[in-house]
Design a protein around this ligand. Structure first.
Ligand code: URA
Length: 261
């Protein structure tokens, strides 16, 4: 931590070295941020571990500097982290997350690449009008698809429902809340018919922030629940889903470097 540190992420420009990264992989889970750093980065340095928002800096095998950092769960936490990352000069952010499929043809273990989100998130309403589009950067999104093809990872490209709550908002009835609001009963089936692929909790706000702040954002999530058959996360598939999402995100960043020459 230096005098230039931003309050929540707890590092600043002075910590980023002479060639500061402009791209970040943003995981919800600090363990995932660490896994990315440990597995794919060379010369890794821990930047901070404030409030579980752990951040690492290192180099990819092609020498490109990369930030692997943590959003925490949900849009309010993500909005704070993303705001501070952009203040530090980050211009491209790929969310690497997990999700629940709401389509029978999207199985656990596969990945979903979101080209847009149905954004049902309160944090986003502080940033842009509710009607403001929540869309991913097309170039980063194509890079993710290309990476998934190269790595032969089963992937699906489409629209994601990005909501504030894991239980009520994703129509889970097996929880501490005995009373799901009428407005949410049947919402999963409605979204399924609208060709929405999956539920997660961050990318809608990330995409709207990208539009307003003028940076590029994309999202890749490993599928860890199949909501057409069960409410539960299938832990046996979590590692493969997460490793697929990470591998695709890293390969996409490496591809961007090659494209830029
Ligand atoms: N993350 C979510 O938001 N929902 C799921 O079902 C799984 C992961």
């Amino acid at each position: 931590m230096t005098s230039s540190s931003l309050y929540h992420i707890s590092f600043g420009r002075d910590d980023l070295g002479s060639q500061p990264p402009t791209i970040a992989l943003l995981s919800g889970d600090p363990e995932r941020a660490y896994l990315i750093a440990k597995t794919y980065l060379q010369d890794v340095r821990l930047l901070s571990e404030n409030r579980g928002l752990n951040s690492y800096i290192g180099n990819l095998s092609n020498g490109r500097s990369l930030l692997s950092t943590t959003s925490g769960i949900g849009a309010p936490s993500l909005s704070i982290v993303v705001n501070e990352l952009v203040q530090l000069g980050i211009r491209q952010i790929i969310r690497v997350g997990t999700c629940g499929s709401i389509q029978t043809h999207v199985p656990v273990g596969s990945i979903v690449i979101s080209h847009a989100a149905l954004c049902r998130q309160g944090a986003a309403n502080d940033i842009a009008p509710v009607e403001y589009p929540a869309c991913a950067d097309p170039f980063l999104t194509v890079a993710l698809v290309k990476a998934a093809r190269e790595l032969d990872v089963e992937h699906y490209l489409g629209i994601t429902a990005s909501v504030d709550t894991f239980y009520e908002g994703q129509e889970r009835s097996d929880s501490a809340n005995p009373h799901l609001l009428r407005s949410l009963l049947g919402i999963t089936e409605e979204y399924r018919r609208l060709n929405i692929l999956n539920y997660e909790m961050e990318c809608g706000t990330l995409f709207k922030m990208a539009g307003v702040y003028n940076f590029a954002a994309a999202c890749v999530c490993g599928v860890i629940a199949q909501r057409t058959s069960s409410e539960h996360v299938l832990l046996d598939y979590k590692d493969v889903a997460v490793n697929n999402a990470i591998a695709v995100a890293v390969r996409a960043v490496e591809g961007l470097e090659q494209n830029l020459g």
